[in-house]
Design a protein around this ligand. Structure first.
Ligand code: DMJ
Length: 470
């Protein structure tokens, strides 16, 4: 691990103090002052963001159409779920973003491709969690935006083929993988995000089809997890889904691989008015705040602790955990939300683009990659919607500029193998088409197809409520 700068907030250290404190505190707080550029008018920013989305979408269309993901530097492609099988993942991911941006020719093109080519019965072992949040969610959102029945039919067939992962499990917690053709299940140790990030997609599918079985499967899996909480109301990281025993008893919330478990407690309560999910969210969130939240260098962090004793076992922070600022805000903890957003804004201000993971205890980088992640700007979007404050737009635009300046290539946008200095990789992850440009665009565009009051997006950025059809 190499050291990084984690400066103190509101404190400009003297040279001597900085030297004493070491590299971790070397850069003064002035580095995180207001951005040195003027925020463009909303309309201009929205156009820029839409143009960049189109740039990457055209890159995918030209080099990888019909494949899961594009490698925009080499002009090749990547199978996301299983080698030799493609589900046109980026098309499914992009569908509702294209629709919100009123790129209707491409909506038609994508939906036609899905109806003609997406095979829900492929002879492939797919990861259940990824198939649910990306494909089931994408098809649902596509259906809600366009009204095309065939997208819902395809979605239902896919969900039916994923269901054995839940129904064959003695605990109700899903196996990690299922073969879509044969129904064979595998993968008995699963992290919480994978066990419990299904209820939005499955619950909505139950509503749309009138068949309870999807909701029941997702709720049973979440209940099985919550029942296994410790005496201090914390959850571990992963469970053996057949025995129901914990495999890893570290509470690492809000980081992966448990992140969206907490998100789906809140969002499930919100979308379906389920009081039990709301109570679970509150109980578990309060415990995380009580046992894991700490201040370091004037910033808020969530340490990793043993789920039974509360004893500290680590001090890492993953970029994926930055979504938690938005979730805290939506859950009613706005002060904590602002604090955690401030932590990640500081990290953003200190880097061209945010590294994947740091250890704030030792002020070192754990992973210096950047995987074009959307979580920070997801929080900007959530907190801007909640408060209407311009500072969230300013920081979101700064994030956008960092990506455009560093990760734009002629074939689209790419991940970075290293952020300091930036060394570009060669992949546009599917979620890019569902998330980052969508959050940014909705913040600046006053999009007529999005209901800003009731709109609800899944963990993969899928529009599951609030599509305004003309
Ligand atoms: C996305 O697939 C989803 O946001 C998921 O919940 C975890 N993060 C990735 C993108 O970083």
């Amino acid at each position: 691990m190499r050291p990084i700068s984690l400066p103190r907030r509101r404190t400009v250290l003297s040279a001597a103090a900085a030297a004493t404190a070491g590299a971790a505190l070397a850069r003064p707080a002035a580095a995180f002052a207001a951005p040195a550029y003027d925020l463009p008018a909303d309309r201009t920013a929205a156009r820029e963001i839409r143009d960049e989305f189109v740039h990457s979408w055209e890159g995918y269309k030209q080099a990888a159409w019909g494949y899961d993901e594009v490698r925009p530097v080499s002009g090749t492609h990547n199978d996301f779920f299983a080698g030799g099988h493609s589900f046109g993942l980026s098309i499914v991911e992009a569908l509702d973003t294209l629709w919100l941006m009123e790129l209707d020719d491409d909506v038609r093109l994508g939906a036609d491709w899905i109806e003609a080519h997406l095979d829900p019965a492929a002879d492939a072992d797919v990861q259940v969690f990824e198939a649910v949040i990306r494909l089931v969610g994408g098809l649902l959102a596509g259906h809600l935006c366009t009204g095309r029945q065939a997208l819902l039919d395809r979605c239902r067939e896919l969900a039916d083929r994923l269901l054995p992962a839940f129904t064959r499990s003695p605990t109700g917690m899903p196996y990690r993988y299922v073969n879509l053709r044969t129904g064979a299940v595998s993968g008995t140790t699963s992290p919480l995000a994978e066990i419990g990030s299904n209820i939005l997609e499955f619950g909505l599918l139950s509503q749309l089809t009138g068949d309870q079985k999807y909701w029941d499967a997702a709720k049973r899996a979440m209940r099985a997890v919550v029942q296994r909480r410790s005496g201090i109301d914390l959850l571990g990281t992963s469970l053996h889904i057949e025995t129901g025993r914990w495999k890893d008893t570290t509470s690492c919330a809000p980081n992966p691989p448990v992140d969206s478990f907490y998100e789906y407690l809140w969002a499930g309560a919100e979308l379906f008015g389920d009081g039990e999910l709301r109570d679970w969210y509150r109980l578990l969130t309060d415990a995380v705040a009580r046992r894991q939240l700490e201040q370091r260098g004037g910033y808020a962090w969530y340490r990793q602790v043993d789920y039974a004793s509360g004893k500290t076992v680590g001090r890492q922070a993953s970029e994926l955990g930055s979504f938690y600022a938005g979730l805290l805000g939506k859950g009613g903890d706005l002060a904590a939300a602002r604090d955690y957003y401030g932590t990640w804004t500081m990290i953003l201000g200190n880097n061209a683009v945010v590294p994947e993971a740091i250890d704030y205890g030792s002020a070192s980088v754990v992973s210096g990659r950047n995987d074009l992640r959307p979580e920070y700007v997801n929080s900007s979007f959530d907190l801007w919607r909640l408060t209407g404050e311009a500072s969230f737009k300013e920081t979101a635009y700064r994030y956008f500029q960092g990506l455009r300046d560093n990760l734009r290539v002629p074939g689209g946008y790419t991940v970075a193998d290293e952020v300091s200095p930036v060394r570009r990789g060669d992949l546009t992850p599917g979620y890019w088409f569902a998330e980052n440009p969508k959050y940014l665009y909705l913040m600046f565009a006053a999009a007529p197809r999005f209901d800003y009051r009731s709109g609800l997006l899944s963990t993969e950025g899928k529009l599951l409520r609030g599509a305004v059809r003309g």
